[in-house]
Design a binder for this molecule. Structure first.
Ligand SMILES: CC(C)(COP(=O)(O)OP(=O)(O)OC[C@H]1O[C@@H](n2cnc3c(N)ncnc32)[C@H](O)[C@@H]1OP(=O)(O)O)[C@@H](O)C(=O)NCCC(=O)NCCS
Length: 196
């Protein structure tokens, strides 16, 4: 991971931000950032249903920090099954999102740096494809296209033209058809205290 972050940092140098793996101390800042960037309705999205109760894919929860270490950008990726292939075997993939950058820092290349680092790291870890729901006008620059997800559906309302895919391994999504379902590790359940 360090090599990926360094190479993306170098690409955007000189920079006023750094990329890092998210840690437990970043959660409050990340949630505040997402509420500000996307509004409270973000929790009603179909993608959110896939993420709920799961932990992100290993090594694929990234943050951008300002010089003081404050979180000013976030992106996470999640393990999913992207329907089945022609032999009806589940197609493993990643679902990316949410991606958000603090409004005070937009347009400085932070969103792009997070995207490029996430894609490189996912590739390095051997993943085959990434899916997301977002504006094609933004995500096409990173190689995401609706055509790659045309036989897949989200488990809830979604706009077909905003449902995009990127193959990290050629042909990974060819023939993939069906519904996206979560298959990442579940968040540990806190034991329920027994009544005395
Ligand atoms: C979208 C977002 C992550 C971009 O982050 P950023 O750090 O400002 O992005 P970058 O600096 O890397 O890129 C800026 C470029 O992307 C373009 N861009 C930003 N959002 C865009 C969108 N929705 N559609 C098309 N282009 C967009 C900008 O116009 C700018 O273009 P330019 O390079 O030609 O000037 C950020 O604006 C954000 O958090 N928005 C609110 C949450 C959100 O919409 N998340 C994505 C869900 S689709």
């Amino acid at each position: 991971m360090a090599a990926v972050l360094d190479s993306v940092r170098a690409f955007f140098a000189p920079s006023t931000f750094t990329l890092d793996l998210e840690n437990a101390g970043d959660v409050v800042a990340r949630e505040n950032l997402l509420d500000q960037a996307m509004g409270a309705d973000r929790r009603k999205k179909s993608s959110e249903k896939i993420r709920r109760g799961r932990v992100p894919a290993e090594g694929l929860a990234l943050v951008a920090r300002d010089r003081s270490g404050h979180v000013i950008g976030t992106v996470r990726l999640w393990n999913v099954e992207a329907g089945v292939d022609r032999e009806t075997r589940p197609v493993e993939a990643l679902l990316l999102g949410p991606l958000a950058v603090d409004a005070a820092h937009e347009g400085k290349g932070i969103g792009s740096a997070l995207m490029r680092a996430a894609i490189l790291e996912a590739k390095k870890r051997g993943h085959g494809a990434i899916l997301l729901v977002g504006d094609a006008a933004y995500y096409e620059r990173f190689g995401f296209f609706a055509e790659k997800a045309r036989h897949l559906v989200m488990p809830g309302p979604f706009q077909r033209e905003r449902f995009l895919g990127l193959e990290l391994k050629e042909g990974w999504l060819a023939g993939a058809a069906g519904m996206i379902i979560a298959n990442g590790r579940k968040l540990a359940q806190l034991p329920i205290a027994k009544a005395a």
